[in-house]
Design a protein around this ligand. Structure first.
Ligand SMILES: *Cc1c(COP(=O)(O)O)cnc(C)c1O
Length: 323
């Protein structure tokens, strides 16, 4: 199951779905609207929607053959006849999902509402980011106890990327719901060899100007040039998804050399100090690449995770898909 929620973690819902559709058995999306968009694009792969079906939107599941998550006892009674659904239990995440204490009530409701089409059962790990994470075992044992109360034919799944990568022996069941690893990042701090970011971000220099020693750059005049040299302006800013908290903390690559971003990141622009290199407007700039300027590095520098870095990349950035 490829998790392509939230614009495929910012990479673009439809192109990523088109690329993956003959490589995976399922897609998972965050809300029903994303599922509808997949169907409108002609994608026929089964789609599991994670959200609790919202009141008034139940019809969309049957109209577009989308699989609903039953994460709350109140959902059984609301879904349209023949809705395909997966039961979702909360075994320790403490977010969505029916509680273990509600399992027998869920069995009862499932038998009562036999007008629905039950095809799966799942849970979600809260803390699986490395090989020795004891909560995973606890969650699996709670889940296994719940699982035994439901019919065997239900497809069973528990693992996100972390479960898939670090807990293979016990956590795989029938399917895995892999998100971040698909896009080339390991979840958490435990690095996994062989993952390579699929995303690269390029822009260009739109202006290069002389700067004198001591001159300040940008809002708040927070950076002053240490010497006479050249300053480059690049037309991407926090509106495109570069967190302002990264101001002065990262480098961009121009013709195989790295240059520091300097001054405060503004809405539509960043500035980079080129030192003695008088580069030309129009030259290509790599904003995000592999290794030291990957989304993972950005995340570390701005106190977040690569998930947030890529999901925040604005949809207005022009995208090219190479596969
Ligand atoms: C987002 C999500 C996933 C995928 O998580 P990754 O860490 O990106 O692999 C799997 N299952 C559920 C329920 C999710 O919300």
């Amino acid at each position: 199951m490829a998790v392509i929620k939230d614009e495929a973690y910012g990479h673009g819902l439809i192109p990523i779905a088109n690329y993956l559709q003959d490589k995976v058995d399922w897609f998972c999306v965050a809300d029903v609207e994303e599922g509808v968009r997949l169907r409108q694009e002609g994608i026929e792969t089964p789609v599991l929607v994670f959200e609790i079906p919202r009141i008034g939107k139940e019809k969309l599941y049957t109209e577009h053959h989308l699989t609903a998550s039953i994460s709350d006892l109140s959902v059984f009674g609301r879904l349209e006849d023949n809705t395909e659904c997966h039961l979702h239990f909360d075994t320790g995440m403490m977010r969505l999902g029916m509680l273990p204490s509600e399992a027998s009530k869920a069995v009862e409701l499932m038998n009562h509402h036999n007008r629905l089409n039950y095809t799966g059962i799942y849970t979600h790990f809260a803390n699986a980011d490395g090989p020795s994470f004891p909560l995973v075992e606890d969650q699996i044992s709670v889940f296994s106890e719940i699982r035994s109360q439901f019919p065997p034919h239900l497809m069973t799944h528990t693992s996100n990327s972390a479960g898939t990568l670090f807990h293979q022996g016990k956590a795989l069941f029938d399917a895995v719901r892999t998100g971040i690893a698909l896009y080339g990042y390991s979840p958490g701090l435990h690095e996994v060899n062989g993952l390579k970011p699929v995303l690269e971000w390029r822009s260009e220099l739109v202006q290069v100007k002389a700067i004198k020693k001591g001159e300040a750059v940008g809002y708040g005049s927070r950076w002053k040039s240490p010497k006479n040299g050249w300053l480059g302006v690049i037309p991407v800013g926090y509106a495109e998804g570069i967190s302002r908290t990264l101001s002065g903390k990262f480098e961009v690559e121009i013709e195989d050399r790295f240059y520091p971003q300097v001054g405060t990141i503004s809405m539509d622009y960043i500035t980079v100090f080129l030192g003695n290199d008088k580069l030309e407007a129009g030259m290509e700039v790599k904003i995000i690449g592999e290794g030291k300027f990957s989304a993972k590095e950005w995340a570390e520098k701005s106190g977040t995770i690569p998930y947030e870095v890529t999901t925040r990349l604005s949809q207005k950035i022009d995208r090219k898909y190479l596969l």
